[in-house]
Write a protein that binds this ligand. Structure first.
Ligand SMILES: Cc1cc2nc3c(=O)[nH]c(=O)nc-3n(C[C@H](O)[C@H](O)[C@H](O)COP(=O)(O)OP(=O)(O)OC[C@H]3O[C@@H](n4cnc5c(N)ncnc54)[C@H](O)[C@@H]3O)c2cc1C
Length: 443
């Protein structure tokens, strides 16, 4: 494979590729580009890799998505996490983040489109089982499987009142779990990239992205330095809209993406649940939450963004990180399912931002400006896909820089572990809303 981008044949630059951001996505891209022999620099405003929204990630690795490409990408990512030392080219797992395999259970609720999920799983050979209500009760003692949908806010008088009937069981996916420390995972990718010669500059903010004759020429930083490259990639997480605004031309992103506030709350599970570090991950749209093992024997509750909760758009530079009543609502929603749950009025947890598109699929694409690329709109569900996004963006850069017309003949990206070719038009900046989407964080 020819790994020399055509632009290198012109005037010399400081780097083949500059990546803005050293979160899990920016580091994964650097690692793959460095593997292909390119000279890369990640510039990050924060002091170390993975300090941005990556550090707040629930780091859930699951395979069920509403689109076939989304499912295939997530299943590919699962293999990368399961073989993390191999993914990194490391000889041991010393100092590496750990993938904890727990399996995942999706409750069968009135709002879920599980037929499509099953179809995609069948197509890709993803193993799952149907669990009856009795099997769920056996595995999750103390659960109340009455229906409560539609999900309500706490000030609704009907909150907590069953709405009739019981959940009809769930679907258990064997392949799934979580990564114990998402920030360490980003650092692992950064270290693997550094071993191959990739460079990182921290505590440095990009303040402008100059363009000449519709091609980027590099970046200018807040310390006054000008770094030259004919390829610049935006992997700035919740700041990605602000970074696009630094480009001297319009990047041509048609689908909206914006930083949305998210909170996750930790609670102590009742002993009767028998929940541990290997506890089952559960997604439950009937009460609008997902749960996973947290730190120190706690259980972590996050939101599946039900329709009753308005999106809260925040400024990534000024948003406050204190928990609000929202996280308390998540805990109370889960206590509908698990009545023994003790909910503290002083919840502990994390508040951060998703960079969410309107259809909750990411944007992995070029832009209207030559040499300017996008790995943005990661929508709260792309941690699991970071290793795959790293390979995809690397191939996309090679494809476009060798003169291919990605906008009209989109890159077809072969997966390594799953027998599937992704049509990367799925992640286009110019796409119409993906109608198949769950329009939630489930993607
Ligand atoms: C609460 C929460 C829970 C989540 N749970 C899951 C989950 O369970 N499973 C899953 O798959 N995904 C999950 N996600 C999503 C996933 O964590 C993100 O998609 C992923 O971490 C984004 O990584 P990133 O590298 O794109 O962004 P970030 O980690 O935010 O990195 C972007 C970096 O860009 C830097 N930057 C920004 N602007 C500039 C600038 N001008 N100059 C220099 N540097 C700049 C920032 O400092 C930052 O370090 C969750 C996200 C959140 C917030």
């Amino acid at each position: 494979m020819n790994t020399t981008p055509s632009h290198q044949k012109g005037a010399p630059t400081d780097y083949d590729v500059i990546i803005i951001g050293a979160g899990v996505i920016g580091c994964a891209i650097a690692y793959n580009l460095a593997k292909n022999g390119l000279k890369t620099l990640n510039v990050d405003a924060l002091p170390a890799a993975g300090y941005g929204s990556t550090s707040s990630s629930a780091a859930v690795i699951r395979t069920y998505y509403s689109t076939l490409d989304g499912t295939a990408m997530a299943y590919e990512g699962y293999h990368d996490w399961k073989n993390w030392p191999e993914t990194l080219g490391a000889e041991t797992d010393d100092g590496l983040a750990q993938f904890i395999e727990t399996g995942t259970l999706v409750m069968k609720t009135a709002t879920d489109t599980l037929e499509r999920v099953q179809e995609h799983s069948d197509t890709l050979g993803i193993v799952y089982e149907h669990w009856s209500a009795e099997q769920i009760m056996e595995r999750l003692p103390g659960y109340n499987l009455e229906c409560f949908a539609p999900v309500k806010t706490m000030d609704d008088d009907a909150f907590g009142t069953p709405t009739g009937g019981h959940l009809d069981g769930g679907i258990y996916f064997h392949a799934g779990g979580y990564v114990d420390d998402p920030q360490i995972a980003a650092r692992n990718l950064k270290d693997a990239a550094s071993r191959l010669g990739a460079e990182f500059r921290f505590n440095t903010k990009v303040v402008s992205i100059p363009v000449e004759k519709n091609r980027v020429t590099g970046v200018t930083c807040d310390d006054g330095s000008i770094i030259q490259s004919n390829v610049v990639l935006n992997a700035a997480g919740p700041h990605s809209g602000k970074v696009n605004a630094l480009l001297e031309r319009d990047a041509g992103v048609r689908i909206r993406h914006r930083p949305l506030r998210q909170e996750v709350v930790q609670v102590k599970p009742p002993e009767t649940l028998g929940y541990s570090r290997k506890g089952l991950l559960v997604a439950d749209n009937d009460v609008g939450v997902y749960v996973k093992p947290g730190s120190g024997g706690q259980l972590m509750i996050g939101s599946l963004n039900p329709a009753c909760d308005k999106h809260i758009e925040e400024d990534p530079d000024t948003f406050h990180r204190d928990l609000t009543d929202r996280s308390l609502a998540y805990a109370y929603r889960y206590s509908q399912r698990l009545p023994e749950l003790g909910v503290s009025q002083h919840p502990v947890g994390i508040a951060d931002l998703y960079d969410a598109t309107d259809d909750w699929l990411p944007i992995y694409d070029r832009s209207d400006v030559d040499g300017y690329y996008l790995a943005i709109g990661t929508s709260g569900n792309q941690f699991k896909n970071a290793p795959v996004a790293g390979r995809l963006m690397c191939q996309l850069i090679e494809y476009c820089e060798s003169g291919k017309d990605h906008d009209n003949e989109p890159l077809q990206f072969n997966l390594n572990h799953v027998d599937h070719t992704l049509n990367t038009a799925t992640f286009s900046r110019k796409r119409d809303l993906t109608q198949e989407s769950s329009f939630s964080v489930l993607g």
